[in-house]
Design a protein around this ligand. Structure first.
Ligand code: AMP
Ligand code: FES
Ligand code: ZN
Ligand code: ZN
Length: 305
C-alpha cells in the first residue's frame, strides 16, 4: 500500500476519500482539513483570543494540538464534572498535556460551584437525564467563563461523527429549529454570547484517533460512565454500519446537509433571543434553563472570579 502523495509506505487508509497516506502526508492532510474548516466558516483569526474546551478525550486534545501548531495560541478550558475517577483522570490527562507543551489550562469544578454536587447527583435530584444536564451546564460555563475572561472564541472538539449523529437525531424527530441552527460556527448573536466553532467537523473520529496515535498524544480512552445507553451512540453505530458498506456516506450526509439541506429549515427561536432576568446570559425564555436548574437544586450559584 503506497502513499498517494510520495509513493512511500502508506500507514493510513481513508476509504471515504479513496486515499492512503504515509504519516507525514496524513498530518499534512489533517492540518489542511482543519485550515479549510477555519477558512470556509471564518472561524478564527490569528489575533483572536481562543479558548479550547478540553475533556481529556482524543478529539479536544488533538484540536488543541493542531490549533497550537497552526499558530493560533489557544488556551485550554477543563470543566470538572465531578464524575468520580473518570473526571479525575480526565483532568490529569489535560494537565499533563498542557504542562508538556507549556500551554495554559483553565479549570472550573462543578462540585465546588454547586454545593458538592456532581453531574450524577444533579441528574438524580432533578430527575433529568445526566447527558442533558451535563450538556446544559457545560454550555453555560463555556460561555460564562469565556465572556468573563475576555476570550472571543470557544473551540470544541466535535468531529464529523458527532455532527452526523446530531443531524440524524434532529432529522428523525424533525426538529426544524435545531436543523436550521446546526452549524460548525455559532456566531455572537447577543452581547453576552461568545462565538463557538468546531474546526474538526470535516474529520472523522477514526481520523482524530489516528492523529493522536501518530503524534503520541495521550488521551483518556474510557467513555463517560453516565453516557451508557445514550441515543447518540445508537446513531453513531447506525452511521458506521452504512459507512462500512458504502464508504463516504457519513461525510456526504453531513457535509451536503451544510451545503444544500440546512437552508430549507427556518429558525424561529433565534429571533427572540433576550437576556436572562437572573444571570444576563442569552435565552429565549425570561429565565434561562441554567438558572431554572439552579433554582430546582436550591444551591447558591458561586460567582466566578
Ligand atoms: P461531548 O459533549 O462529551 O460530546 O463533548 C463535545 C466537546 O465538548 C468536546 O470535544 C470538548 O471540546 C468539549 N467538552 C466535553 N467535556 C468537557 C469538559 N469536561 N470540559 C471542557 N470541555 C469539554
Ligand atoms: Fe456529560 Fe458524561 S460527560 S454526562
Ligand atoms: Zn507520503
Ligand atoms: Zn440565567
Amino acid at each position: 500500500m503506497k502513499c498517494i502523495k510520495c509513493k512511500g509506505k502508506a500507514q493510513i487508509k481513508l476509504p471515504q476519500h479513496n486515499s492512503r497516506f504515509c504519516k507525514t502526508h496524513f498530518i499534512e492532510y489533517f492540518h489542511n482539513q482543519v485550515s479549510k474548516a477555519i477558512k470556509n466558516y471564518r472561524m478564527l483569526n490569528k489575533d483572536d483570543k481562543v479558548l479550547v474546551a478540553v475533556s481529556g478525550g482524543k478529539d479536544s486534545l488533538v484540536l488543541w494540538e493542531v490549533l497550537n501548531q497552526l499558530g493560533y495560541c489557544p488556551d485550554g478550558f477543563y470543566i470538572d464534572l465531578g464524575i468520580d475517577d473518570y473526571s479525575r483522570q480526565s483532568e490529569n490527562t489535560c494537565r499533563s498535556f498542557a504542562q508538556q507543551r507549556g500551554l495554559d489550562l483553565h479549570t472550573v469544578s462543578i462540585p465546588e460551584l454547586m454545593g458538592g454536587l456532581g453531574i450524577k447527583e444533579i441528574s438524580r435530584k432533578t430527575r433529568r437525564n445526566p447527558c442533558s444536564v451535563c450538556g446544559l451546564i457545560k454550555r453555560y460555563y463555556f460561555n460564562h467563563y469565556a465572556l468573563n475572561k475576555k476570550y472571543n472564541v470557544i473551540a470544541t472538539g466535535h468531529n464529523l461523527d458527532d455532527e452526523a449523529a446530531t443531524l440524524m437525531s434532529n432529522l428523525t424527530r424533525w426538529q426544524t429549529g435545531y436543523l436550521s441552527r446546526q452549524s460548525p460556527v455559532l456566531p455572537k448573536n447577543h452581547p453576552a454570547m461568545v462565538k463557538k466553532v468546531k474546526p474538526l467537523h470535516r474529520l472523522t473520529e477514526k481520523e482524530t484517533g489516528s492523529y493522536a496515535v501518530i503524534n503520541r498524544i495521550p488521551y483518556i480512552y474510557e467513555e463517560c460512565p453516565l453516557a451508557e445507553g445514550a441515543r447518540s451512540i445508537l446513531y453513531k453505530k447506525t452511521l458506521n454500519y452504512l459507512e462500512f458498506y458504502s464508504p463516504g456516506t457519513k461525510r456526504q450526509f453531513y457535509l451536503d446537509f451544510l451545503k444544500k439541506g440546512k437552508y430549507n429549515f427556518k429558525d424561529s427561536e433565534q429571533a427572540n433571543l433576550t437576556s436572562c432576568n437572573t444571570c444576563g446570559q442569552p435565552t429565549t425564555l425570561e429565565t434561562c434553563a441554567f438558572c431554572h436548574l439552579i433554582e430546582r437544586l436550591e444551591v447558591k450559584k458561586q460567582v466566578l472570579s
